[in-house]
Design a protein around this ligand. Sequence first.
Ligand code: ADP
Length: 496
Amino acid sequence: MFGNDFFLTTLAPFSGNLHLRIFFLPTLAFILMFFYIVKKLQTISDLKKKNQLLNNSLERVDQEAKLILESDMDIRLCQLEVENVKISAIRKLLFATSSLLDKEALFSQIDSNLIENLGFRNCLLLNFSDLSKLKQIGFQPQEVDLIKNVLLPKKQLFKEKRLLSSQKSETCKIISSKLKIKNILIAPVKSGNTVHCLFIVGKLTEAGVVTVSMKEALMIVCLHLAKCLDNINLFEQAYRTRDELENKIKIRTNELVLSLQKVEAVSKTKSDFISSVSHELRTPLTSVKGFSSLLASEKFGKLPEKAKDRLDKVVKNVDKLMDIVNTLLDISRIESGKIDMNIVPHNIVLTIKNIADFFEPQSQEKKIPISVDTPPQLFVFMDKDLIERVLTNLLNNALKFTPAEGKIKISCQSKGEKAIISITDTGYGISEENLNKIFQEFYRVKEIEKKAIKGSGLGLSLVKKIIEGHGEKIWAESKVGKGTTFFFTLTKKKNG
Ligand code: ADP
């Protein structure tokens, strides 16, 4: 500030006088120092003020930064809040609709509340299969046609893309103006390759922002709607199928009832016919048998040898005929419930042994031993006479259809509440196909007939009627060439 020139100029007047120089120079130096110090102090005070101002500004900046941070936090909170609103709207929708089985009820849940909570305004669920509803909400017929013509061919597009947004196309402009929305978003409600409908939403103004999370939320809603629609379709299909099935079952049941009634009527006619024919036959047969036996006994005089022979054959055949007629009568009586069964506890083991003894002579004659495998005793509910007829018939068959030197075994086992009685032979056996038929009246296996084994085909039919009359079961197992086993059940007496 004070350069060399200044000092030289200022000291110049005193250069000649030493006293003056001694006095004046320090004073001058002091004054100069004083000014210098004052100047410096002023600078320091200026600097301090500036520093203060700087500090103040810094503080303000700091405050503002804090404010910015706080508002940023608030914005984030608001965003979270908005997300939460979306999430809870979706959750509410899931709760309300997951178990719905009605389309109307499902679509009624897509209300303005939900749409607003998702961040949109107004929506349209466009059902491809029923565009007529558009007319109900104010679309002109030609607009509906346009939507149909433009959107339907694009169906494939919806199958491929998840979300479409467009405002340019004519269709979107129509939808835009009708729904009073901008920035249209079109989301397909689809499962697999099936597009159920289109979910169209938008914002109030073109400035309205559609965020990624809004799109995500829309897609979640669409996915859920598709699942619900799948369930509803499945349910409707199952319901329809059940209805159809029920109808079919009703029709079939009616048909069956009618057939059964017809079968029962035919069966009754047949039984009545057999019963009356047998009755009618029995009287003359009894008289034929009486007279022929009387003649054969030669009480009315000796008969020529040949005549006697023929008469004996007549008596035998009349006996057979009587047998058939009696069996037929028994069958029809059991069928019509005319026989009173006397079902009381009996020791079946004793009955089996008695029948086996009865067949002993035939068994020895044919060299077919009959073995018996039973517990010491077993009491069952049965009509003794009728079960004896069952055992006699089955044993008779076993002896008839087993070649000499075979074996027969009668067993009786206790199984739960039942006694299972079986007669096993090592005879010709019965083919699978014939096993179902042998219990029918007059049915005889052809191969057996070829072997010229005599019979009427009525024995098993009677046996079956007797066992079923007891409320029990009878069945047969067999292998051709190996043998046959007939089984039937009887109910055990408790503690028997
Ligand atoms: P029938 O013995 O008078 O012919 P059934 O009603 O007793 O009449 O038997 C019907 C048919 O069942 C017989 O003709 C025979 O073909 C077959 N059948 C019955 N029992 C046996 C058996 N133990 N082994 C092989 N075939 C049998």
